[in-house]
Design a protein around this ligand. Structure first.
Ligand code: KG4
Ligand code: ZN
Length: 340
């Protein structure tokens, strides 16, 4: 039984994991950042401090366990906002001292990569995982729990960042991804043709900054006095279609090249209804299966941290007694993830 803590950005989360199953997964989202148009790091750390103790208690009581049953702790150590990471990891270290428990530092992206296995370990390796969030967009070729490599990466903005920045151009609230998803449902995705950058390139890299610029010019040219309300759903649907088409095409191409039959999508943007639908459709057409985790495992959550931490712990229980590990803000760098 393992208690995991996640606090890398603007979600404070704690989960109890046992035999690869989340017995609880409590997530507190800091919605107040919305009024600032993005996450304010200093406010995020303060909010983590205020809620973390309560969230951990809730995770334990929801799982119906006490500290005496916890065998190990897990915390997100990188990447993320330094101030936010420090709160979770130091709280974890404090608990490790108090209860004399080992503590496993976990890479947040690694958590997302394997989130598709939470609750259901039926799918077999190898898998291709598209990790797509506000901070990251990358494709991984995953051979086992401790053997995976990055095969594609965004060269500029992450897909979630594109959703958020384009939503801002349309005066929609932060985070923009869910807003665009909602509005797109009543829009015409073929109304405007926005660029699908790098869709034909042979590699599995992405670029989303051109799309953002293209939407900015489009809005300036066509709606200099503001976008009329009735046009926004068509822009939302067209932008979403452009982002989703690139994500799906590249991921399917990667699965073909690596001869993989199972695709996972993970991270905040994997909550997008069109991405979930299109990935499943295209996978089916190519005789593959695409799996998207349930919503609470798409967004930042401690269950995914605990899941991979448990695998690491079972491999070597004596490796995690040191409290000397540090946190790091390092964003996704190919070299970190064994790129070919
Ligand atoms: O994984 P996550 O919670 O945090 C990061 O690690 O970044 O992802 C947050 C991102 C935001 O950019 C948000 O706009 C996006 O996920 N997002 C969505 C949807 N729900 C969240 N993007 C598109 N459609 C959605 N339904
Ligand atoms: Zn994340």
């Amino acid at each position: 039984m393992l208690l995991a803590i996640e606090s890398s950005c603007d979600e404070t989360s704690a989960a109890v994991i046992h035999n690869s199953v989340a017995l609880s997964n409590i997530i507190s989202s800091q919605y107040f950042h919305s009024k600032y148009g993005g996450v304010v790091p200093e406010l995020a750390s303060r909010a983590h401090l205020q809620t973390i103790s309560k969230i951990i208690s809730e995770a334990l009581s929801n799982a119906g366990v006490s500290f005496s049953e916890i065998e190990a702790l897990a915390v997100t150590s990188e990447p993320g906002l330094i101030g936010s990471l420090v709160v979770g990891s130091n709280f974890g270290k404090g608990l490790a001292i108090k209860y004399k428990l080992p503590i496993i530092p976990v890479n947040h992206i690694e958590g997302h990569i394997f989130s598709g296995f939470l609750r259901d370990e039926t799918p077999k390796f190898p898998v291709i995982t598209l990790v797509v969030s506000g901070g990251h967009t990358a494709i991984f070729y995953v051979k086992s729990y401790n053997d995976y490599e990055i095969i594609g990466l965004t060269r500029d903005d992450a897909a979630g960042e594109a959703f958020d920045k384009i939503a801002k151009l349309c005066n929609l609230p932060y985070p923009g991804g869910p807003e665009i998803d909602r509005l797109a449902k009543s829009g015409d995705c073929k109304k405007y043709n926005f660029p699908r950058s790098m869709i034909t390139s042979k590699d599995f890299d992405f670029s989303f900054s051109g799309l953002k610029t293209s939407v900015r010019y489009f809005v300036q040219k066509n709606f200099p006095n503001g976008i009329p309300d009735d046009v926004i759903p068509d822009i939302a649907a067209s932008v979403q279609a452009a982002i989703v088409e690139v994500l799906v095409t590249k991921t399917i191409n990667a699965a073909k090249k690596y001869k993989v039959k199972t695709i996972f999508i993970a991270g905040g943007v994997s909550a997008n209804s069109s991405l979930r639908y299109e990935m499943k459709q295209q996978a089916e057409k190519n005789n593959m299966i695409a799996l998207a985790p349930e919503m609470s495992y798409c967004m930042d959550n401690a269950a995914m941290i605990g899941f991979i931490a448990e695998k690491k712990f079972l491999e070597n229980k004596n490796k995690y007694n040191a409290l000397t590990f540090t946190v790091s803000s390092n964003s996704l760098r190919a070299s970190q993830y064994k790129r070919k």
